[in-house]
Design a protein around this ligand. Structure first.
Ligand SMILES: *Cc1c(COP(=O)(O)O)cnc(C)c1O
Length: 230
């Protein structure tokens, strides 16, 4: 299948899952995760109407951002980010979804060039407290949101979660229900947040049925990573 075919299929799936849960497809943004794929793949997806791309590896991403300069793309950084690399992200990206410390928040705010719009950020939450995963605990979350909310060069948009991988729909549903509950609580306290970034290629259905507002789809659009994609 071509990238255009895959995108058509992913969009049909999103429509179906929205219909299942009384939502409309406009409530779910589709982020195409293009990490490891070449700029030509991004151009193909762009021609199918995708305008938001997610990248995880900084140097690779910056090369592609430069190669795609003429396209009107919104770039999301979604990978692990060491604070000593924050400047490049603040200068090249529109969004950072993997913010997980006060130090990183401060650096991104200070390093965001004044001629650009505020950096749109999500705090990454490690809701299931997995030791090997990045993200703040539920306990640390409110403090980070409070701080982010007051920063002039940052716009707080919401949270990103990557729950433990589960193959069964029932288990995925049970995890995402917990996230949806947390997100609803946060919206009480921070009414302006509008982003629950949750769901990837293999768990998009359960995510959308639990109020995800942005799914991050890599394999489902570009095919397997690390193998030629043609
Ligand atoms: C790679 C990646 C994705 C995409 O995963 P697929 O399973 O290929 O859809 C989504 N989110 C994050 C944070 C990623 O690193």
């Amino acid at each position: 299948m071509t990238i255009a075919d895959q995108i058509r299929q992913v969009r049909l799936n999103i429509e179906q899952y929205c219909a299942n849960s009384g939502r409309t497809p406009e409530q779910v943004r589709l982020l195409a995760v293009s990490k490891t794929h070449p700029a030509t793949a991004i151009q193909d997806a762009y021609e199918s109407g995708i305008t938001e791309f997610g990248e995880s590896y900084l140097q690779e991403a910056i090369n592609k951002i430069e190669a795609c300069q003429k396209l009107n793309i919104t770039w999301h950084f979604i990978g692990p980010l060491q604070s000593n690399k924050s400047r490049l992200v603040a200068e090249h990206f529109d969004w950072v979804q993997s913010v997980d410390s006060i130090k990183l928040l401060k650096r991104l705010n200070d390093q965001r060039p004044g001629n650009l719009k505020p950096l749109q950020i999500c705090i990454q939450v490690n809701l299931f407290a997995e030791p090997q995963k990045r993200g703040v605990t539920k306990e640390q979350l409110t403090e980070l949101l409070d701080i982010a909310n007051k920063m002039p060069h940052i716009t707080l948009r919401g949270i990103m979660v990557i729950p433990p991988r589960r193959e069964s729909y029932a288990e995925q549903m049970s995890q995402f229900k917990q996230v949806a509950k947390l997100y609803a609580q946060l919206q009480q306290r921070f009414p302006q947040i509008d982003t629950l970034s949750m769901g990837m290629s293999n768990d998009m259905q359960a995510a959308i049925e639990n109020n995800s507002s942005m799914v991050r789809v890599g394999t489902g659009i570009f095919g397997a990573r690390g193998t030629p994609n043609k």
